[in-house]
Design a protein around this ligand. Structure first.
Ligand code: P1T
Length: 389
């Protein structure tokens, strides 16, 4: 497709075509894996757009164009992991700057901000971003970055992107949204005023649990330049094979997300009706606090469901987590296969228990990444595991 036509097309079409066209030398329909570290120059400085593969690689360039199109962005910048993408954004701050972040967020993001950047003089505070007055009160004169996750990891809370971006901008801060849980099919934060969208492409974008990657998308020229400078200078780049796998993943993103959403809705409804289950966290449940906001801000409710048992007993929770056969107990999310995770000991173990508890994250919370299998098999699997307690 011509790029002008792709720009006007729907998200499903963009997912398949944006950033790519048949290879001009061979006609290959799929973007080749340009497995090279460097590019020939016919005279010093005379080349075909690529000099050295840390800086650019055609497979990565195709992926960057694809992700930018999906996020309504001019620029996409790819990194070797989601954490590397976050690292690059935070690295653009200076000692003495302050980050205000969500208190319900990926544990690795907390660890990076506090334990890696704290010693370099970058302060960070973590607050409940559904409390807009609390967010305003927590802003400091040196707040340079407001870090938003929605839906949050692991409690799938939905927070108001536009209202939070307005608060950030009124204070002259940059608003970044980690859009990993929603994917651009369900939510495009730049359209709500965010300056930066960050992804762990390891998750829904890659979609098959076979690659680690990250990306930042932006319409802001200054941020694009800063991040590209870091790509070149710090070098946390994905390899061409990883970019190819991610690009192959995004082609089916829209249909996978549809199935993730419908399966997750059914799983959440099953859990909510189950006598042994306590609170179920899923934006698609009318009983869930963020449901109305999710209806306005998102085009679907996503594939992530968390829950606690009614008795909040750790031994019982362990029994459930150790006895599923379709859900695999593992870190990560967003792949075609269903995963189950225990945030307190796995993905969020680096957040001190007191802070986890203050944010409402129970030690017995179980997080599900609902895959695209037959939903009857998923529900039967959870049912038999719950029957063991
Ligand atoms: O794993 P990596 O690609 O580096 O992505 C980090 C990351 C960033 N943002 C969010 C919202 C995430 O959930 C993650 C990674 N999360 C997990 C591995 C997990 O199981 O929650």
């Amino acid at each position: 497709m011509k790029s002008a036509d792709v720009a006007k097309a729907g998200l499903g079409t963009k997912a398949v075509h944006a950033g790519q066209s048949p290879d001009p030398t061979t006609g290959a329909v799929m973007t080749p894996i340009y497995q090279t570290s460097t590019y020939a120059q016919s005279a010093p400085g005379v080349h075909q757009g690529h000099e050295y593969a840390r800086v650019t690689n055609p497979t990565r360039t195709a992926l960057e164009g694809n992700l930018a199109a999906l996020e309504s962005a001019k620029h996409g910048i790819c990194f070797s992991s989601g954490v590397a993408a976050t690292d690059a954004v935070v690295r653009c701050l200076r000692p003495g700057d302050h980050i205000l972040a969500s208190n319900d967020l990926y544990g690795g993001t907390y660890r990076l901000m506090r334990q890696v950047f704290g010693p370099f003089g970058i302060e960070s505070d973590f607050v409940d971003m559904s409390d807009l007055a609390g967010v305003k009160a927590a802003m400091k004169p040196n707040t340079k970055l407001v870090w938003i996750e929605t839906p949050t990891n692991p409690m799938v809370r939905v927070v108001d992107i536009k209202a939070l971006c307005d608060i950030a901008h009124a204070a002259g801060a940059t608003a970044a949204v980690d859009n990993t849980f929603a994917s651009p099919i369900l939510q495009r934060p730049l359209e709500w005023g965010a300056d930066l969208v960050v992804h762990s492409t390891t998750k829904y974008l890659g979609g098959h649990s076979d690659v680690i990657g990250g990306a930042v998308c932006t319409n802001n020229e200054e941020w694009n330049e800063k991040l590209r400078f870091l790509v070149k200078s710090s070098g946390a780049v994905p390899g061409p094979m990883d970019c190819f796998l991610t690009l192959r993943g995004t082609k089916t993103l829209q249909i996978r997300i549809e199935r993730h959403c419908s399966n997750a809705q059914a799983v959440a409804e099953f859990l909510e009706a189950h006598p042994k289950v306590g609170k179920v966290y899923y934006p698609g449940l009318p009983s869930f606090e963020g449901h109305e906001l999710a209806k306005r801000q998102m085009d679907g409710f996503g594939g992530m469901v968390s829950f606690v048992l009614k008795n909040e007993d750790m031994e019982d929770a362990t029994t459930v987590m150790s006895n599923t056969h379709v859900f695999t107990l593992a870190e990560s999310l967003g792949g075609v296969e269903s995963l189950m995770n225990h945030p307190a000991s796995m993905t969020h173990g680096s957040i001190p228990a007191a802070e986890r508890h203050a944010a409402g994250l129970s030690d017995t919370l179980i997080r599900l990444s609902v895959g695209i299998e037959d939903v009857s098999d998923l529900i039967a699997d959870l049912k038999q595991a719950l029957e063991r307690i």
